[in-house]
Design a protein. Sequence first.
Length: 547
Amino acid sequence: MKRFVLYNILFLLVLSLYSQPKPIKNVIVMIPDGTSTSLLSVARWYQHYLDPSQNNLNIDPYIKGLLGTCSSDAPIGDSAPTTSCYMTGQMSQTGFVSTYPVKTDHDILPVDATRAYQPLATLLEASKQMLHKATGLVFTCEFPHATPADCAAHSAKRSKYDRIAPQMVYNMVDVVIGGGVSYLTPEYQDFLKNHNYQVFLNDRQGMNDCPKAPFWALFNETSMPYEMESDLKVTPTLSEMTTKALEILSANPNGFFLMVEGSKVDWAAHDNDGKAAVTEFLAFDRACQVAFDFAKRDGQTLVVVMPDHGTGAVTIGNAKSNRGYDKKSLQELMSPIDDYKLTTWTMSEKLKEADTTEWPALIEKYYNVQISDAEIQYLQTAKDYAKSPIPKEQRKQNISMERMLSQILYGRTYFGFTTFGHTMENVFYAMYHPQDEVMTGFVTNLQMHDYLCRQLHLTDSLPKLTSEIYADHHTVFSGYTTRIDSLAPNKMVLVVKNKKKTLEIPSYTNYVTLNKQKIELSSVVVYMPENKTFYLPKNLVRYLEEK
Ligand SMILES: [Zn+2]
């Protein structure tokens, strides 16, 4: 009898071990940049208009709630601090890429003035350095742009690509696919190739044939084309890039962390270009399906989809439909954009090249719109129209030509926008978790970060990693003689000496030299010109300590 009970207990124990859900191994974060919640319904209806059998977006079954996103000092966020907050757990300021903010007199939460400009370790950095996961970035902007930079670089100025680009290279992300060939200098390419990376520049076939990590695949000199204008023989879709990244990253036995950004939803929304915003979002939504399908097959993958903020508040319903909105058919609301074949950005480039006498024919050809003389006059007042007969001084407060063109084109439709900038609205979030351990309802950016940390088993780890790899050089080398040399703009070297040894620490790289001998680090060194401080691993001092 005793033995029988024992066997039964053993049997149940073994059974419970086997039926125990496996913990999350892989995390995919999908960010449609600048996607207003109102854009979701426009995209869903537009898709239904094109194909009446389509009633849903791919994200629809996974939408869980609303997400509050903001900067440390403003309710309306900028891309750099908003994704920084998801990645680091610290709200920050406009322009700040995963960097601690400066204290202001209008902070939303208390800010510690003594930590200003400190780089903050990201989920991607922690996944790589602490969990030995593979890491990946997929995006359609150029690679040093705010959102991908938020994952793998640190800067108080998002526009300083010569500080950000090297960090993204030297941070040794396993798979990087996106835009920005012109920013990957020969020096960076050499570094990557010397570290067993394959580098594909405008080589879609090469990328698709690549059997393993690590690799970089970049397309276009700067950002990738909008999907509605993309030549699919040359440029991969976001879905294709996501598929490739997942195929390669999933080979790592420790799992992976992947961030996929639909970068140019935001750019289209900034231009109030309705069709570009809708089609760019639908392209992103198709990439989400790739991630959901992978996660369902895999059983150990979490997918989180969340914009960083709203832009433009793109919707259907404007001054033209103040009255009679309830009488408009779907056909009436959507068909005006059927004939809009180019983004206003690309068209404005064409108009700037052409003679003004050719403008009506060009606009007729690409939009089936007859433009008035007054509208031709208006376009010539654009701030960025170099050939304008109106002096530059009188135009500099005006908007750009693509935005003027959007006003002209979308003024003929029922599309509405509230701003050329970002909005304060709450954005949506969607999640797939194999055991349905999801969040629901309204959550904040900080709660979203904490959730991601819990799922990655990184709770409390990021502040520890930050203090280990981004310690300020004044503290680390107190008592030593230090000097900062400038080799070139944004190429600085911290030189630290004792009697016998010289440690040289270049900015934005992952190596130091000790008496000219190169030593590689597992993180990047960041120099912040704003406070003339290097942020580096605190254990570097051991190279100088006397034995
Ligand atoms: Zn953004």
